[in-house]
Design a binder for this molecule. Structure first.
Ligand code: ACO
Length: 150
C-alpha cells in the first residue's frame, strides 16, 4: 500500500468527525446541505448497526483533522457462490490536500479491505474526468453507469 505522509492516518469514521471537518470534506464532492449533529448521529448509528456492510473511512492529517473521506460497502450476493462485491463511494480529498496521493491511499486501502474480506471484485462510478485517477489506482473501465433520479 502507498505510504501516507508523515503523521497522516487512515481509520474508520468516528462520531466526533462531525465536528472534525468530515462534512466540509464531503462538500468537495457534491451538495451536502446543512447536516445537524443529530442528522449525522442517525446516519452514523445506522452504519454502526450494519458493520459488515458499511465501512466508512477517513484520512486525518498530522493535526488529526479529516482531509479525505471514502466509503466501502460490502454486498453479499447469491451469484458467484454467494460471493461478495465491494462498492466504493463518496471519495473526497480536501482541496488544499489534493495531489499528495491521499486519494490513491484511500482507494488502495479500501480495496485492500475488500480483498481481505473476500470480495471477488470492487466497483465504483465516476465522472469521465476522474478515469485517469482510478486507472492509476489499478481500476479499469467496465460497463457504463445508468441512473434514474427522483
Ligand atoms: N485525472 C487523472 N489523473 C489524476 C486525477 C484526475 N482527475 N486526479 C489525480 N490524478 C493522478 C495524480 O496526478 C497522481 O498521478 P501520479 O502517480 O502520476 O503522480 C495519481 O492520480 C494519484 O493522485 P492523488 O494525489 O492520490 O489524488 P488526490 O488525492 O488529489 O485525489 C480525487 C483525487 C479523489 C479525485 C480528488 O481530486 C477529489 O477529491 N476530487 C473531488 C471529488 C471527486 O471527484 N471524488 C471522486 C468521486 S468518484 C467516487 O466517489 C467513487
Amino acid at each position: 500500500l502507498p505510504e501516507l505522509p508523515h503523521g497522516y492516518n487512515f481509520r474508520p469514521v468516528e462520531k466526533s468527525d462531525y465536528s472534525n471537518l468530515y462534512i466540509e470534506t464531503l462538500k468537495v464532492l457534491t451538495t451536502v446541505g446543512d447536516i445537524s449533529a443529530e442528522n449525522f448521529d442517525e446516519v452514523y448509528n445506522h452504519w454502526l448497526s450494519l458493520p459488515d456492510i458499511y465501512k466508512p473511512h477517513v484520512i486525518t492529517n498530522a493535526e488529526g483533522v479529516v482531509v479525505a473521506t471514502g466509503m466501502l460497502l460490502v454486498e453479499k450476493k447469491v451469484i458467484h457462490l454467494c460471493g461478495k462485491v465491494g462498492h466504493i463511494e463518496d471519495i473526497a480529498v480536501a482541496n488544499t490536500e489534493q495531489g499528495k496521493n491521499l486519494g490513491r491511499a484511500m482507494i488502495t486501502r479500501l480495496t485492500d479491505i475488500a480483498k481481505t474480506i473476500g470480495c471477488y471484485k470492487v466497483i465504483l462510478d465516476c465522472s469521465p474526468h476522474n478515469v485517469g485517477f482510478y486507472e492509476k489506482c489499478g481500476y479499469s473501465k467496465a460497463g457504463l453507469e445508468m441512473c434514474t433520479r427522483f
